[in-house]
Design a protein around this ligand. Structure first.
Ligand SMILES: NC(=O)c1ccc[n+]([C@@H]2O[C@H](COP(=O)([O-])OP(=O)(O)OC[C@H]3O[C@@H](n4cnc5c(N)ncnc54)[C@H](O)[C@@H]3O)[C@@H](O)[C@H]2O)c1
Length: 363
């Protein structure tokens, strides 16, 4: 049986979702409609869809899509500041639509909580948050190793993202904190989500230092210079005594890897490297000579796309949850979305105020 998808927001990520869904045609995925007010995005999405013999209905906004009855599942891939209103409309609509919403769930914790409350009133609707870095093969392998216990009790999780600057987006929405939630929400919710998974714990307090040091300084939009930071160090303390550390630099094109993750327990240490797709594993007893290097891959991936196959696996999981409704729950829950935003919000606030911010304060 076909599962009909509508995509709200068909910019870079919306079209990436379309491509991933096209690779799930054998599993019954079909994109029947798209909604976006930006004509160039609409046209690009339609030509892409046509290349897969799909002829999606085009709407200017999500409300017409909701009324149309043309889809069972809605992918929300609009700018961050629009997620709240769109999610509330979907969750409040009499016709049920399952939702896969891009990260960050919303730009504020208050809005995330309101979405969670609205979702509780619609238990027949499945909602998954697009924190898909969990599925990148080296990351998934390291999660499996950590959960298997061979590193012992996890004490330190360190995540380094060294990459290129933020790309140019439609109407430059990503240049301002008011639209994105701030770099540590927009981008780094992925890493805060991973820290929680590795530490198997929830965050207690966050301390951060960061600023806009290199990028965007010579850009002006409607008379305003961007206010988004491009580098930061963030320390997170967890409720089981473990610690997380994020090292973000967005003017580091000269890096072999974009993400380097290290998880150290009282028995051993595991590392994951993206895009090298390598996992290293060693123990205190085995020392340097005992460190193993494992190539991570996932044979289920039929399309690598922009995120090393993780978006494909995200859709594979969500499609399975939609088909097995009531048996399977979405892999990334709304609470995960909320906590990843809360950690980012706390980090942004810590930079502003120069002090530790407790998660309780921002929740
Ligand atoms: N998971 C990831 O790793 C990842 C990567 C990139 C982007 N994203 C997320 O995807 C979302 C979109 O980012 P993008 O890079 O595609 O941006 P983009 O600017 O390329 O595309 C956004 C599109 O949404 C449209 N849009 C704006 N308001 C809308 C509305 N109210 N209804 C319908 N369409 C609307 C715009 O016209 C544009 O075409 C953001 O939330 C971003 O954080 C996630």
């Amino acid at each position: 049986m076909a599962v009909r998808y509508g995509i709200v927001g068909v910019g870079m990520m919306g079209r990436e979702h379309l491509l991933n869904l096209a690779h799930l045609r054998p599993d019954g995925a079909v994109v029947t409609c798209v909604a976006d007010p930006h004509v160039p995005s609409q046209s690009l999405a339609v030509s892409l869809a046509r290349s897969f013999n799909w002829e999606p209905q085009v709407f200017d906004g999500h409300r017409e899509m909701l009324e149309s009855g043309l889809c069972d599942v809605i992918v929300v891939s609009t700018p961050n500041m629009t997620h709240f209103e769109i999610l509330m409309d979907i969750l409040g609509h009499p016709r049920p639509h399952h939702v896969l919403v891009e990260k960050p769930l919303c730009t504020t914790t208050r809005h995330c909580r309101m979405v969670i409350e609205a979702a509780k009133r619609r238990p027949e609707i499945l909602v998954q948050v697009g924190l898909e870095y969990r599925y990148m093969p080296p990351v998934a392998k390291l999660i499996e190793i950590v959960k298997g216990g061979s590193l012992g009790q996890v004490k330190m999780v360190s995540i380094r993202e060294h990459r290129f600057p933020f790309l140019v987006k439609v109407n430059n929405w990503n240049r301002f904190n008011a639209n994105t939630g701030g770099t540590l929400v927009e981008k780094c919710c992925h890493f805060f989500d991973l820290m929680r998974l590795f530490a198997a714990a929830n965050p207690v307090r966050v301390m951060a230092s960061g600023s806009m040091d290199v990028n965007h300084k010579d850009e002006i939009y409607d008379g305003k210079v961007p206010d988004i930071i491009d580098d930061a160090f963030v320390i997170v303390e967890f409720d089981n005594g473990s610690r997380g550390m994020l090292d973000l630099c967005m003017f580091a094109e000269g890096s072999k890897n974009e993400q380097e993750i290290s998880v150290v327990g009282d028995i051993g240490k595991g590392e994951a490297f993206v895009p090298e797709s390598i996992v290293r594993l060693g123990t205190r007893a085995g020392g340097r000579d005992g460190v193993q290097t494992i190539k991570a891959e996932d044979k289920r991936i039929k399309y690598d796309g922009l995120h090393h196959g993780s978006s494909y696996l995200e859709h594979l999981h969500f499609l399975a949850a939609v088909r097995d409704q009531g048996i399977r729950t979405p892999a990334v829950a709304l609470e995960d979305g909320l906590l990843s935003v809360a950690m980012g919000v706390a980090a942004q606030l810590s930079i502003e105020q120069g002090r530790f911010i407790t998660i309780e304060e921002v929740l």
